[in-house]
Design a binder for this molecule. Structure first.
Ligand code: ZN
Length: 226
């Protein structure tokens, strides 16, 4: 079976990384074999959801947005709890920033696998990267390998999790987007932790994005339009 005979489901957040993954999946599996899944997990910035829908529509990929309102009910993280300010400081015990939503990627990929199962989709694509500055443990390769094994056992399937950005730096991710012809699409993405367009330019997410584009020597089209 060649890659073009397989179907892939991309976890699309509306951000730079997952959008790059969408282009990667289209090149690898063919446009007709790619779909996208987005999760409304109560994130404080609804603009992410709008961006994800817009990107899928522009590219011509079917997209579904599934509600998961449990994370907000759990509380304790800055991405779903508006009482908590997003800071770049890390927790003294866990060394994780307060933007860490415990279990988020595990839940996303588990629901993605459940969505994929009856639709005979073989591959789940996620934009997580071990090199991410935040060090989220659910973005690591060993977490994904273990989760893939659990999903295979628990769903009696051969589902595969692919994370094409896993070992790429932000610079390399921008270069990959360039090679895939995805730079223009970066104008449709959302990264800023403050949820504003044009982006604030000063939060940790904006700074990381800017550094990646600068190191790759490529102008960020999101900034060019604003
Ligand atoms: Zn920002």
């Amino acid at each position: 079976m060649t890659a073009k005979d397989r179907k892939a489901l991309v976890v699309l957040s509306g951000g730079q990384d997952s959008t790059t993954c969408l282009y990667w999946a289209i090149e690898k599996f063919g446009l007709e074999n790619v779909s996208a899944i987005t999760f409304d997990y109560g994130q404080r910035h609804r603009i992410e959801l709008e961006c994800a829908q817009d990107i899928a529509e522009r590219i011509g990929v079917p997209q579904v947005c599934l509600p998961i309102d449990t994370f907000a009910a759990l509380g304790g993280d800055a991405l779903t709890d508006t009482d908590i300010d997003i800071t770049s400081q890390v927790d003294e015990v866990t060394s994780l920033p307060n933007t860490f939503v415990p279990g988020r990627n595990i839940v996303f990929l588990t629901f993605a696998a459940a969505w994929a199962w009856p639709r005979k989709i073989d591959v789940l694509v996620t934009g997580v990267a071990e090199t991410d500055y935040s060090g989220y443990p659910d973005c690591r390769e060993n977490t994904l390998a273990s989760l893939q094994e659990s999903l295979r056992l628990g769903m009696e399937s051969n589902v595969e999790i692919q994370a094409p950005l896993m070992h790429l730096s932000k610079k390399e991710t921008v270069e990959l987007a360039r090679d895939l012809g995805a730079i223009e699409a970066m104008a449709w993405t959302h990264t800023c932790y403050n949820g504003v367009r044009p982006p604030c330019g000063s939060c940790a997410a904006c700074e990381l994005r800017a550094r990646g584009f600068a190191e790759a020597g490529i102008e960020d089209p999101l900034l060019a339009q604003s």
